[in-house]
Design a binder for this molecule. Sequence first.
Ligand SMILES: Nc1ncnc2c1ncn2[C@@H]1O[C@H](COP(=O)(O)OP(=O)(O)OP(=O)(O)O)[C@@H](O)[C@H]1O
Length: 262
Amino acid sequence: MNNPVKIAIEGVSKVYQGRIGPVVALDQVNLDIYAQEFITVVGPSGCGKTTLLNILAGLEEASSGRALIDGQVITGPSPTRGVIFQQYALFPWMTVRQNVEFGPMLQKLPAAERRKAAEHYLKLVGLKGFEDAYPKELSGGMKQRTAIARAYAANPEVLLMDEPFGAVDAQTRVMLQEELMATWSREKKTVFFITHDVEEAIYLGSRILVMSARPGRVREIIPNTIPYPRAYDVKFTAEFGQLKQHIWELVYEEYHKKQAAE
Ligand SMILES: Nc1ncnc2c1ncn2[C@@H]1O[C@H](COP(=O)(O)OP(=O)(O)OP(=O)(O)O)[C@@H](O)[C@H]1O
């Protein structure tokens, strides 16, 4: 890839002091993520995916090693890095529009521009007409769409997504995947996207990071050369099938290592 390195993960390890002793969540993870890449991350449960994302978000500190963004060590959260979790974190006392305008408001954008940004992204995620609803009046999928619109509207350079579509129904999930890919193609953000779903990882990712069972290490990084924009039926091609088989085998192997260790 010719783009500059946007995020550098250099020898990152993380040890938690659990009640039954130390837990090594990450062990010497090294990875360069280039500007405008779409990295998807898969690996067995507990292999440290969320821990790695939290370190990139600046929500947790590495025990050793370091993570850098644009050459600067990450020391805390920043509006240039938008985080989307599986459980939509919306402000319940704000309407959909107010939630989406929150980032632009922090950035002190004039009211008219904030409104324009909110309208644009709410339309994009299919929530036009629900601007004045409160989160409690929305379905799970709609809440997650609001969370996504909110993250986009803050216009971050990097999107850190932790199983963002894990809690929505299958049809909504497909729509959100397509919308995310379209937004990424248009706005060329750098995306770090965790998923349990191997198909989703291949459909979206320009590279797929497979992590080993705990302690989390880089097991393999698989380039995905299927050209963008990818239509949904790309999933039925031979190239997709081969990637799927390879990644499944890796994940399956790691899953069994995890079972054997427990
Ligand atoms: N705050 C904490 N204190 C102690 N141990 C923790 C803490 N957070 C995570 N861990 C442990 O670190 C390991 C990695 O957790 P993490 O949530 O990063 O994994 P994950 O790959 O995201 O898992 P999943 O796919 O199930 O979401 C797990 O063994 C977990 O129990």
